[in-house]
Design a protein around this ligand. Structure first.
Ligand code: APR
Length: 172
């Protein structure tokens, strides 16, 4: 049975097996949570990312976490919001599924997600929260291995969307 919870704070401070990075397809860093993770992890993270040769939207890659309290970073690339009819929901769902799959493959038990695509990439926070929680609840029902999933909101508004979405995902 996987526990799912919502927390408000800075994902770089979480002591979990893996934190998920909302990266871009180059995997060479950026602003937002990507910038915060690279700043906290130190330059060795970028050095490892350089060897990965990028990551397509919806897919995920794993690296060490270096100076972060987490053990690993799972980098995933969310879709840019283009109105909702360009496959964005499925691509966003793939980010959560592929990140969870990598965690299970690497025997990681606890994983924290930021609100992927809801910053620079413009995905409406309420819709993204629905995709994130429904996909994760479904995936962890069908696949064993992850004991705890933490959805990290960077503010109270985001936390509200996640809590409402998680409640209905649990009830589904
Ligand atoms: N901890 C947790 N959440 C954070 C943090 C943090 N330290 N910093 C930002 N966030 C939140 C934002 O508030 C937003 O809700 O992460 C969510 C994702 O926003 P972005 O980081 O802008 O990511 P995204 O919308 O997926 O855009 C990705 O932005 O930083 C660049 O290189 C990245 O090009 C890529 C793009």
């Amino acid at each position: 049975m996987t526990e799912h919870e919502v927390t408000v704070g800075d994902i770089t401070q979480l002591q979990v097996d893996a934190i998920v990075n909302a990266a871009n397809s180059t995997l060479l860093g950026g602003g937002g949570v990507d910038g915060a993770i690279h700043r906290a992890a130190g330059p060795d993270l970028l050095a490892e990312c350089r060897k990965l040769g990028g990551c397509p939207t919806g897919e995920a890659r794993i690296t060490k976490a270096y100076r972060l309290p987490a053990r690993f970073v799972i980098h995933t690339v969310g879709p840019v919001w283009r109105g909702g009819n360009q496959g964005e929901p499925d691509l966003l769902a793939n980010c959560y599924r592929n990140s969870l799959s990598l965690a299970i493959q690497n025997k990681l038990r606890t994983i924290a997600f930021p609100c992927i695509s809801t910053g620079v990439y413009g995905y409406p926070a309420d819709r993204a929260a629905e995709v994130a929680t429904r996909t994760t609840v479904e995936y962890t029902k069908q696949h064993d291995g992850v004991s705890r999933v933490v959805f990290v909101a960077f503010g109270e508004d985001a936390a509200g969307h996640l809590k409402r979405a998680l409640a209905s995902a649990r009830g589904a």
